[in-house]
Design a protein around this ligand. Structure first.
Ligand code: COA
Length: 322
């Protein structure tokens, strides 16, 4: 019997503090109406001083473990997607493993910016299909607020903090139907976050903040996500109408609407969280997935398309029979 990866649990965590568009308009020259019209975002969450990617990941992970009714010690592999790790090393995955008091499992991080959780899902799927792992915990956890220049109106309006989790288990029933991941490093200059501590002498003065040519990123994102939809449907011999739910990366409502149009989907079939979360980078898809699982929108046996696009550029999708 062919091995497949099935979703058995999910979790999500958002920090308490809410930062509104009104709050941001006191920091930079912008307005609530501009931000809502151009992005769809109204508020985002900001992590507390003592919170880290690992501390938020732990809360989301424990929820997923509880939903799955398993012991943390049964997990074979932890993959944390983050661009805001607690430390350069050890990995946030190892820090999380320790927090969950798991003695023996493999843990590591994946860095694929906003596509990180889809990359993690693709890796987990390969581990499960080959029999290398039975239970895999995937996390996307980000403190974007500490990588933001709060005087740059092109970026500070967009991002927020949070963590999402999914637990996968091996099964011989259909679960993850396919994953598709891609990278093109040629777009580095359109979206990046320097690391001044390890930069060359000429780049030492760059600030360690997200730097983006938003308009150009927007155009590539719309085209690329359109292509990944076609690729995913073709691989599975499915029609657009076979997809029950679209769970997109939450970067901009206009980008999401373009993908929904491509799928001939009504926005009622799209899980939207960005209005009150902003772009939580690698956490966003898993936070949205968790929300729609927990509120009962996504039901067992429905077909769900997860997709994301991020710095690199990186992009990817996962088609799941939930
Ligand atoms: N408030 C008010 N005006 C703003 C503004 C803000 N926060 N940010 C930019 N503007 C101004 C610009 O200065 C420009 O003014 P000008 O016409 O006088 O030169 C005008 O608005 C249009 O700027 P532009 O950059 O073309 O806006 P946009 O419609 O592309 O919206 C983003 C900007 C960032 C919201 C949008 O490009 C976007 O969402 N890009 C994708 C970002 C993304 O997904 N990144 C993460 C990938 S994972």
């Amino acid at each position: 019997m062919k091995r497949c990866a099935r979703v058995i649990g999910s979790g999500g965590y958002l920090p308490e503090t809410i930062r509104t568009n009104e709050d941001i308009s006191k920091l930079v020259d912008t307005s609530d109406s501009w931000i809502v019209e151009r992005t769809g975002i109204k508020t985002r969450r900001i992590a507390g001083e003592d919170e880290t990617a690992a501390s938020m990941a732990e809360i989301a992970a424990r929820q997923a473990i509880e939903m799955a009714s398993i012991e943390a010690g049964e997990i074979d592999l932890i993959i944390v997607a983050t661009g805001s790790p607690d430390r350069v090393y050890p990995s946030t995955g190892c820090i999380l493993q320790h927090r969950l008091e798991i003695q023996q499992c493999v843990a590591f991080d994946v860095q694929a910016a906003c596509s990180g959780s889809i990359f993690a899902m693709s890796i987990a799927d390969q581990y499960i299909k080959t029999g290398a792992a039975d239970k895999v915990l995937i996390i996307g956890s980000e403190i974007c607020s500490r990588l933001i220049d709060w005087t740059d109106r092109g970026t500070c309006i967009l991002f927020g903090d949070g963590a999402g989790a999914v637990l996968l288990e091996s099964t011989d029933e259909p679960g993850i139907l396919s994953t598709h991941i891609h990278s093109d490093g040629g777009f580095e200059d359109l979206l990046y976050c320097p690391n001044p501590q390890v930069a060359t002498a000429s780049a030492k003065d760059e600030k360690g903040v997200i730097t983006m040519k938003g308009n150009e990123v927007f155009k590539v994102a719309v085209n690329t996500l359109g292509r990944i939809v076609d690729e995913t449907l073709a691989t599975n011999n499915l029609d657009k109408s076979d997809i029950d739910w679209l769970v997109p990366h939450q970067a901009n409502t206009r980008i999401i609407a373009a993908t929904a149009r491509k799928l001939k989907m009504s926005m009622d079939q799209v899980v939207l969280t960005l209005e009150n979360q902003g772009n939580t980078s690698s956490a966003s898809v898993l936070l949205a997935f968790n929300e729609a699982i927990r509120d009962g929108r996504i039901k067992r046996d429905q077909i769900v398309l997860l997709e994301a696009f991020g710095a690199g550029f990186t992009w990817g999708s996962a088609l799941i029979k939930y």
